[in-house]
Design a protein. Structure first.
Length: 189
C-alpha cells in the first residue's frame, strides 16, 4: 500500500524524469506511549502503562496501514521507549535493524537531529522513538505540509504515542534540509 501523503507528482522533479533528484526518505518521529508514574529503578526504568501500550500498538497498526515499512529504528535506551517499539511491532511494524542511542534519553532537539544524521543512507525509512520535549521540537521546527491540518503543528499538544511522518529528500546527514517537511501527524485516540 502506498502512503496517502505521497504526492502523485514531485515538486523537486518537475520534469518527472528522476534526473538529479535525491531519493525521498521517510522519517517517523514517535513520542513513547504513556508510562507509569514511577519505577523502583528510576526514570529510565519506567514502564508503559496498559493504556500506553494499547495506544502504541494502535499507532503501529495505523503506520502499517499507511504502508510504512521501516528499514531501521532508533530508540532511547529507556524501558518505555523500548516497550513502545515492541508495541509498534505488535501493531504490525517490523524493521531490519533496531538499536538504542543513549543520546536520545534526556535529549534536546539537536541530539535527535544528530542521531538521525548518523544513520546510513542505505536506510530509506527510519523510525525514531524518543521523549518530549525533543521529539516534538524536531517536528515543530519543520515546515508543516499536512493537507487540511486544522491546528498548526506549532500549537498542537504532543501527548504520548503521537507521531509525525516527515518527508526528507537527501542524505540523513543533511537532515533537516530545505526539502524536509511534516506530511502527516497521528495523535492517539
Amino acid at each position: 500500500m502506498s502512503q496517502p501523503w505521497a504526492p502523485t507528482s514531485d515538486p523537486a522533479d518537475p520534469a518527472g524524469d528522476g534526473a538529479d533528484v535525491e531519493p525521498l526518505r521517510i522519517l517517523v518521529l514517535v513520542r513513547h506511549g504513556k508510562a507509569r508514574d514511577s519505577s523502583p529503578s528510576g526514570d529510565a526504568g519506567r514502564e508503559l502503562s496498559g493504556a500506553g501500550r494499547s495506544a502504541a500498538t494502535e499507532l503501529g497498526r495505523w503506520l502499517a496501514g499507511q504502508g510504512v515499512r521501516p528499514d531501521a529504528v532508533v530508540v532511547s535506551p529507556s524501558t518505555r521507549t523500548r516497550q513502545t517499539w515492541e508495541a509498534l511491532e505488535a501493531g504490525g511494524l517490523s524493521a531490519g535493524s533496531v538499536w538504542a542511542d543513549a543520546a536520545l534519553y534526556e535529549a534536546e532537539a539537536v541530539d535527535v537531529v544528530e542521531s538521525i544524521g548518523a544513520v546510513s543512507d542505505d536506510v530509506r525509512t527510519l523510525v525514531v522513538v524518543g521523549h518530549a520535549p525533543a521529539i516534538p521540537a524536531v517536528a515543530r521546527d519543520l515546515p508543516d505540509h499536512r493537507d487540511g491540518a486544522v491546528t498548526p503543528l506549532a500549537e498542537a499538544g504532543w501527548p504520548p504515542a503521537t507521531c509525525a511522518v516527515v518527508g526528507h529528500r537527501g542524505s540523513w546527514a543533511d537532515f533537516p534540509g530545505d526539502a524536509s517537511a511534516v506530511v502527516a501527524v497521528r495523535f492517539p485516540a
